[in-house]
Design a protein around this ligand. Structure first.
Ligand code: HEM
Length: 455
């Protein structure tokens, strides 16, 4: 994430129109940065193994996430990416399908009270659902975010996201020495005590359980939500050993917290915008329903299997088109730590490079009539006609999003469940007001109208 002023998107889009896919910007006292959305440059940059470090802007995350996968420098990152990659193997992801379904059912029940209302801001409902899902999959715990949105843990996650955004937007709190005098500094400490305390206690109890059950049958007993134990991301990290050496508790805590942060707001944003786009485009919604009816016949409650989710090809195109127009991470950044040659020039040491996915995805030469929502842009043929660097909601290259397959399964599961239960209708007077916070959000909420559907 590249923390800038929240309403920067239209400004950068204007610069892109005027100056093209690579331009320089100065922000306050910061050293100059370049903002890029040129496919040739992105192919070089994202594919490069020499520019893997994240920019200074990620420092506001460090007290919460330490140097987990998202924020770590290249040498620690290389080691940990290798360790963590197997945790996203499809066999591991497959065991999470019933977690998606379980929390999706709670979402459907919660949304029930909104039926018949003229409009509903779906974003808070979806965020709590994705928070439940990420806690269950990364730690194996039930935080009951949807049942108890005021729980200390849930509140602290929300507080941390707010504080990080506000720090990056405030000319005063941006500076550590001044920030320490602010109320948020105290609040951050309190939130971190709760978040770190919670993760530490889960790590400890999970470790003890593994020892007690002697590793072998630990996963065959029942978990918090009464199902056969599965390996969570935390379990996989706890089991890892290289040359007899496990990963330290501190490193494990950083990685679990990174999943918690990177794995809930991003999917919540994408799912909420997808539902919004479906409400605005009833013909597209109807096509998704036809696809779902072909998969589930008339059983609106049958849990979606891994295979069912894989068959949702048109829904996948809808989600991809949503992420084109509303990429959850609209801009992210790298830091050049040594002079690097590029195209007969030099990218100097110290340069910050902002990767402007939001701007790239609205390039009319790549996506004609770019503001128009059209999932047909993501047929296999259409995708093959474009450079892979023309579509980067999950970044690309070695430092791409490790959670993208997980995210796609979760999003298909939850969105398809909402559609099997509710018809989404556009709220005509509602206008999105996009803001680039830690993830893309709408200041005015994300409103749709919900009606019961006869599936
Ligand atoms: C729609 C959902 C998601 C989107 C759009 C998304 C997008 C991204 C992007 C753009 C990056 C690169 C950020 C940067 O370079 O600063 C990234 C990295 C990352 N994402 Fe995601 N993400 C999503 C879901 C998830 C989920 C569900 C998880 C975990 C369960 C996750 C875990 C991570 C991690 C750990 C990284 C750092 C990877 C590395 O540097 O090796 N993400 N994501």
């Amino acid at each position: 994430m590249f923390f800038l002023f929240s309403d920067i998107l239209p400004v950068l889009l204007g610069f892109r129109k005027k100056y093209g896919g690579i331009f320089k910007i100065h922000l306050g006292f910061s050293p100059p940065s370049i903002v890029v959305s040129d496919t040739k440059f992105l192919e070089y940059l994202l594919g490069s193994t020499r520019i893997l470090d994240k920019s200074e802007d990620y420092k506001f995350l460090s007290r919460w996430l330490g140097t987990g996968l998202l924020t770590s420098g290249s040498s620690k990152w290389k080691k940990h990416r290798k360790i963590i990659t197997p945790a996203f193997h499809f066999q591991i992801l497959e065991q999470f399908i019933d977690i998606f379904d379980f929390y999706g059912n709670i979402l459907i029940e919660k949304l029930g009270v909104e039926v018949g209302k003229e409009s509903t801001n779906i974003y808070p409902y979806i965020t709590l659902c994705s928070l439940d899902i990420i806690c269950a999959t990364s730690m194996g715990t039930k935080v009951n975010a949807q049942e108890d949105s005021e729980s200390r843990y849930v509140y602290s996650v929300k507080e941390m996201c707010r504080i990080i955004i506000e720090r990056s937007l405030s000319a005063i709190k941006m500076y550590e020495t001044l920030y320490r005098f602010s109320k948020d500094y105290k609040k951050e400490k309190q939130a971190l005590d709760i978040l770190h305390g919670y993760t530490n206690s889960v790590i400890q109890s999970r470790k003890e359980e593994v020892v007690k059950s002697n590793n072998e049958d630990h996963f065959s007993s029942e978990d918090d939500i009464g199902r056969k134990k599965r390996k969570t991301f935390l379990d996989l990290l706890l089991q890892y050993k290289k040359d007899g050496q496990p990963i330290s508790d501190e490193d494990i805590r950083e990685e679990v917290n990174t999943f918690m942060f990177e794995g809930h707001d991003t999917t919540a944003s994408a799912m909420s915008f997808s539902l919004y786009c479906l409400a605005k485009n009833p013909d597209v919604q109807e096509k998704v329903i036809q696809e779902l009816q072909a998969i589930f016949t008339d059983d609106k409650d049958k849990p979606a299997t891994h295979r069912d989710l894989q068959e949702m090809k048109y829904l996948e195109a809808v989600i991809k088109e949503t992420l084109r127009l509303y990429p959850s991470v609209p801009i992210y950044a790298r830091h050049v730590h040594e002079d690097v040659e590029y195209d007969e020039g030099i990218l100097p040491k110290g340069l910050t490079i902002g990767i402007f996915a939001y701007g790239l995805h609205r390039d009319p030469e790549i996506y004609p009539n770019p503001e128009h929502f059209d999932p047909e842009r993501f047929t296999l043929e259409k995708q093959a006609e474009r450079s892979p660097y023309a579509y980067i909601p999950f970044s690309a290259g070695p430092r791409n999003c490790i959670g993208q397959k997980f995210a796609m399964l979760e999003m298909k599961s939850v969105i398809s469940k909402v559609l099997r239960n509710y018809k989404l209708i556009e709220v005509l007077e509602h206008q999105l007001v996009l803001v680039a916070e830690t993830v893309l959000k709408s200041k005015s909420g994300i409103y749709v109208q919900l009606k019961k559907r006869n599936f």
